[in-house]
Structure formats: structure tokens, C-alpha cells
Design a protein around this ligand. Structure first.
Ligand SMILES: NC(=O)c1ccc[n+]([C@@H]2O[C@H](COP(=O)([O-])OP(=O)(O)OC[C@H]3O[C@@H](n4cnc5c(N)ncnc54)[C@H](O)[C@@H]3O)[C@@H](O)[C@H]2O)c1
Length: 278
């Protein structure tokens, strides 16, 4: 049994993308689900890959927490509606929604295909739109709730991920608009902009070997703290924003990025130069 501070004691949460790409470490959705459960929430673990959500559930159960798996494709309206119904049926209500699904893709405005554009918007933006569309009415009826959208620093800085950046920027705009429309119903809506963290998904798309080590070192050194970020850093931030400790915070974007947004890349050059390129 894990020690709990009870930040979200008795609350019911849905986390979309609550599984994690296989590999070492933990994704942001998996970490958010585990921390929410650790802090007292009952969590519906939603993922396209049921076996990934199952792993998250095993982790939560081993710590004495409450969770259930719900396999769904969150790009589909009918599955999102069923997901919200499942949370209410399993745990009685819905207080928290973490919109975590996302996948980065490289490309400029010229070489991004229409298919890649549509896919990026589907995965990174449509999922949050649909999950929120069916969650908000339940929260309105009960008089409040908290939604946390996992965006990215790609929405705030150029990095050659045109469609992904546009979708994550749209997610921030959606965050602010939802905060406006539903604040008087007691619903807070915030976004997190994670930086260059190392999750299993990032590792899986990196070239293996010395190049991967080099990229890991760059991700750490690019931030002011010079230490690596993990899914847990996002999980704790999401749990804070979902909790009553954040009761007067809405429409905000919380960077979780070791300060990379607050320094000019030029000033980090000495740190980055010190890492030998393979
Ligand atoms: N890793 C980073 O450096 C980083 C940086 C900034 C933002 N983010 C954001 O964090 C979030 C999670 O990233 P991660 O690295 O933990 O990814 P991840 O791939 O480990 O986890 C995402 C999960 O979402 C699930 N999923 C994908 N499409 C789905 C769908 N249509 N319906 C249901 N589930 C679906 C996947 O099966 C997977 O288990 C994403 O939104 C990503 O854009 C990550």
C-alpha cells in the first residue's frame, strides 16, 4: 500500500491514452493515471490498446488503488460517449478528465501531406474535443469538474512538427475557450505543455545506440536544470491541476519543461557543446 496525501480523494477520473508505448520508463497518461489513483481517485483507463491500459491497472492495483480498463478509439464519437457512460456506471460520477492522447510527427508546411495533417489533428485534437464533449455535460450536471489537456511546447516554439504543433496549439486555444464557456458551471480547464521528456514513445522513435544516448543527453541539457524529465513530472502536474488545490486556476498553460521556454537557445550553447556527438 502506497502512502497517499489524498489530493483527489473520492474523485472519479478518466485518463485517455492511459497506457504507454512498450519500453523502459512511463508515458504521461500512464503516470497521470497512477498518480491520480495514488492520490485517491478512481480512474477509468482508456486506451486503444487494452493490454497497455491493463498494465497501468496492474500498477494501480498493486498500490491498492481503484481503476478499470476501457478499450476505445477516442477519435470516434460513439466510443467517447460509451467511455463517459462506463466511468459513471463503474464509479458513479465523473470529476476529472485528462486528455492525454497525442503523437508527434515531423514535417514542414510544404512536405506535410493532407493525410498526415488530418491524422495529426485527429489524434492530438479531435480526441480531446470528443472526450470533452461527452464529459462536460456530466460535470455541468454535478456542478463542477476539472479537465487537463496535455499539449506540448511544440505549440509554443518552432521545431519542425507543423501538423503536431498546429494541433497542440489548437488544444491550447480549446482549453481557453472551454474555460470561458464552462467556468460558471464550476469546471476548470487547463493545459500542460511538456518539454523534451523521455517517455517510452520518444525512445521507440529514436535511433538506437549511441545516437539515442546523445539525444537523451541533449534533452536533459537543453533545460535550465540539466536533468531528464519523465512522464511522472507531467503526472504530478496533471494531478495538481485536477485537484482542489488548483481551485482558482483555469484557462492556464503550465509548462513542465525544465525552463526551456524561458531561456534563449544561444545561452544554452555552452552546455550543449559539452556533449560529444557520436
Ligand atoms: N514524450 C514527450 O516528450 C512529450 C512532449 C510533449 C508532449 N507530449 C504529449 O504527451 C502525451 C503522451 O505522450 P507519451 O509519450 O506518453 O505517449 P504514449 O504513446 O506512451 O501514450 C499514448 C497512449 O495513447 C494511446 N492512443 C493513441 N491513439 C489513441 C486513440 N485513438 N484512442 C485511444 N488511445 C489512443 C496509445 O495506445 C498509447 O498507449 C501526448 O499527447 C504527447 O503529444 C509528450
Amino acid at each position: 500500500m502506497v502512502e497517499r496525501a489524498g489530493r483527489v480523494e473520492g474523485k472519479v477520473a478518466i485518463v485517455t491514452g492511459a497506457g504507454s508505448t512498450p519500453g523502459p520508463g512511463v508515458g504521461t497518461g500512464k503516470a497521470s493515471a497512477v498518480v491520480l489513483a495514488r492520490e485517491g481517485a478512481s480512474v477509468l483507463l482508456v486506451d486503444l490498446h487494452a493490454e497497455r491500459a491493463q498494465e497501468t491497472m496492474e500498477m494501480i492495483s498493486a498500490e491498492g488503488g481503484r481503476a478499470e480498463v476501457f478499450a476505445a478509439d477516442v477519435t470516434k464519437a460513439v466510443e467517447c460517449e460509451a467511455m463517459v457512460t462506463a466511468a459513471v456506471e463503474a464509479f458513479g460520477t465523473l470529476d476529472i478528465l485528462v486528455n492525454n492522447i497525442g503523437l508527434a510527427s515531423l514535417g514542414t508546411v510544404v512536405d506535410t501531406t493532407e493525410e498526415a495533417w488530418d491524422r495529426a489533428l485527429d489524434i492530438n485534437l479531435r480526441t480531446a474535443f470528443l472526450a470533452s464533449k461527452y464529459s462536460v455535460p456530466v460535470m455541468v450536471e454535478k456542478g463542477g469538474g476539472a479537465i487537463v489537456n496535455i499539449s506540448s511546447i511544440s505549440a509554443l516554439r518552432g521545431d519542425g512538427t507543423l501538423a503536431y504543433s498546429a494541433a497542440k496549439g489548437g488544444l491550447i486555444a480549446m482549453t481557453i475557450d472551454m474555460a470561458y464557456s464552462h467556468g460558471r458551471s464550476g469546471i476548470r480547464v487547463n493545459a500542460i505543455a511538456p518539454g523534451h521528456i523521455t517517455t517510452p514513445m520518444v525512445i521507440s522513435v529514436s535511433a538506437p545506440g549511441a545516437r539515442a544516448e546523445y539525444m537523451n543527453a541533449l534533452r536533459s541539457e537543453a533545460g535550465l536544470l540539466g536533468t531528464p524529465g519523465t512522464g511522472w513530472d507531467v503526472g504530478w502536474a496533471a494531478t495538481f491541476l485536477a485537484s482542489d488545490e488548483a481551485r482558482w486556476i483555469t484557462g492556464a498553460v503550465l509548462p513542465v519543461e525544465s525552463g526551456v521556454l524561458s531561456v534563449t537557445p544561444l545561452m544554452m550553447a555552452p552546455y550543449l557543446r559539452a556533449i560529444p556527438e557520436p
